[in-house]
Design a protein around this ligand. Structure first.
Ligand SMILES: Cc1ncc(COP(=O)(O)O)c(C=O)c1O
Length: 291
């Protein structure tokens, strides 16, 4: 049996272990062990009757909430069937650049999405011994070999970054990302795990998108909101870019229940303020295992 490229494959793990999928405690996909917000589950239950209609293909109601949460105009958002779907469209754009730099090791789906569009990929290995200490990953050090000064504009490269980075958990130094925005024609930043940081520490790059049309930020409701089976994420970027992505994809990628749950989750401020200190996470995991 082939080992899957991504964690969270309970059917594969259960077949291998010879047990039912429900008896597996899964640490492979880094999902919030405290479970989803109750408000999101209640919203799913309350919206079951909407299944008899197609969702609104422009996802106005969800974009309205995203616009309020991030204080940006509505058309700077596009919801997706998980951030993985939006990563695919981001990689279609990245593949138009001379090459795309990724810090490795990285989330395996980056390679899948980049290869789908024959992108030229340049891996920049993180020195795990030198760089895995401290909270911040030195992008400048990792990219030191990129010889950016000799790059001609016609060969403008791109970057696909993860902030905080999976698997090191480190944040990128914001100043360094800012200087990358001057040198790279497109910078895609995957912030799938950023909600795990307390709101004051989040250092999201979303507030920069209006100043930098070459920046796209991807967000996921999978990890912190513990909703991997729902499939909901969103991208924040220049409206012209997002309009192009809309032309490429299926008109109803996000289902009605995901829209309802997403709106409830994003408006659940007491859930987003939950203190998820590492100590809590560890003790909760230990408790679940002993149950
Ligand atoms: C860094 C990173 N980005 C994105 C994803 C995919 O998230 P989603 O469930 O929103 O597609 C994952 C899933 O493991 C991930 O590790």
């Amino acid at each position: 049996m082939n080992c899957p490229r991504h964690g969270g494959n309970l059917v594969w793990a259960a077949t291998l272990a010879g047990c039912p999928p429900e008896s597996i405690l899964d640490f492979s996909a880094s999902i919030n062990p405290l479970g989803p917000p109750e408000t999101a589950i209640a919203a799913i239950q309350a919206h079951l009757k909407t299944l008899t209609h197609y969702p609104d293909p422009s996802y106005q109601s969800l974009c309205q909430v995203l616009s309020e949460v991030h204080r940006l105009p509505l058309d700077w958002f596009i919801p997706g069937n998980g951030s993985a779907e939006l990563l695919t469209w981001a990689c279609r754009d990245l593949a138009q650049c001379a090459w795309t730099g990724i810090l490795t090791p990285a989330f395996a789906d980056y390679a899948r999405a980049l290869q789908s569009f024959d992108a030229q990929v340049r891996p920049y290995p993180i020195n795990l011994v030198e760089q895995f200490s401290g909270n911040t990953l030195s992008l400048a050090k990792v990219l030191a070999t990129a010889e950016l000064t000799s790059i001609k504009v016609s060969q403008a490269p791109s970057l696909l970054l993860n902030h905080p980075h999976n698997p090191t958990g480190q944040l990128l130094a914001l100043k360094q990302v800012e200087s990358c925005l001057e040198q790279f024609s497109l910078v895609v930043v995957d912030e799938a795990f950023i909600d795990f940081l307390p709101p004051g520490d989040q250092q999201s790059m979303i507030p920069w998108v209006m100043e930098h049309p070459n920046l796209v930020v991807l967000r996921s409701l999978t990890k912190f909101y513990s909703l991997p089976g729902l499939r909901l994420g969103y991208a924040v970027g220049h409206p012209e870019r997002l309009a192009r992505w809309r032309q490429w994809r299926d008109p109803w990628c996000v289902n009605s229940l995901a829209v309802a749950a997403g709106i409830a989750a994003l408006q659940d401020h007491s859930f987003s303020a939950t203190d998820l200190g590492l100590a809590d996470l560890c003790s909760h995991s230990a408790l679940s295992r002993n149950r």
